[in-house]
Design a protein around this ligand. Structure first.
Ligand code: GLN
Length: 194
């Protein structure tokens, strides 16, 4: 059984731990470099990307994260986590760093403010049996991707899910629904590497 960490600096950690466990992974929170070294894959949750990036620096996690993602550890980012995985942010706040790993440019808060959050059915390549319920909360979208990136979902003409090698990212939050097919896709990616 693959051991999958959830970066537990800020954000909806608990929901991801539950979703991963129901997708047959051993899930555990990761806050320190020693904990990161012990997992086969990592989820970066939703939350607030500027805060998460500052905490990653404070906890000495930014470089270890860059190293492991760069070395091919499977990683899945939702919403703020997607922003952390972007090689470039269109409109970064000052001091906002990313881990990188996906050759894309993201636009933060692209779908509008908190009160413009919404749900929509999203068809995701690699997820069988119909669309998933996409929960978008001050969600980013992907402005552009490089040649190595596969777009696996769009909504309203905007890219909302991508894959590059062992890295997966969605603008929306499957962990907030009872449907764990996207987490199952990620658990399969981790199994394939192990
Ligand atoms: N808008 C947030 C950010 O910029 C992301 C929101 C979320 O993760 N639900 O980090």
């Amino acid at each position: 059984t693959p051991v999958i960490g959830v970066l537990a600096l800020q954000g909806d950690v608990r929901e991801h731990l539950i979703a991963l466990a129901s997708a047959d992974a051993l899930a555990r929170p990761v806050r320190r470099p020693e904990e990161l070294a012990e997992v086969d894959g990592l989820v970066i949750p939703g939350g607030e990307s500027t805060t998460m990036s500052k905490l990653a620096v404070l906890f000495g996690m930014l470089d270890p994260l860059r190293e492991r993602v760069g070395a091919g550890m499977p990683v899945y980012g939702t919403c703020a986590g997607m922003i952390l995985l972007a090689d470039k942010i269109l409109d970064p706040r000052s001091g906002q760093e990313t881990v990188g790993g996906i050759d894309m440019i993201v636009r933060r808060n692209a779908f509008g403010r908190q009160n413009e959050s919404f749900e929509a059915a999203v068809e995701v390549e690699g997820v069988a049996d119909g669309p998933v319920e996409g929960v978008f909360i001050r969600a980013p979208w992907v402005e552009s991707v490089g040649a190595r990136v596969t777009v696996i979902a769009e909504h309203g003409g905007h890219i909302v899910a991508v894959r590059q090698g062992n890295a997966l990212a969605t603008s929306f939050h499957p962990e907030l629904t009872g449907d764990h097919r996207v987490h199952a896709l990620f658990v399969d990616m981790v199994r394939a590497v192990r």
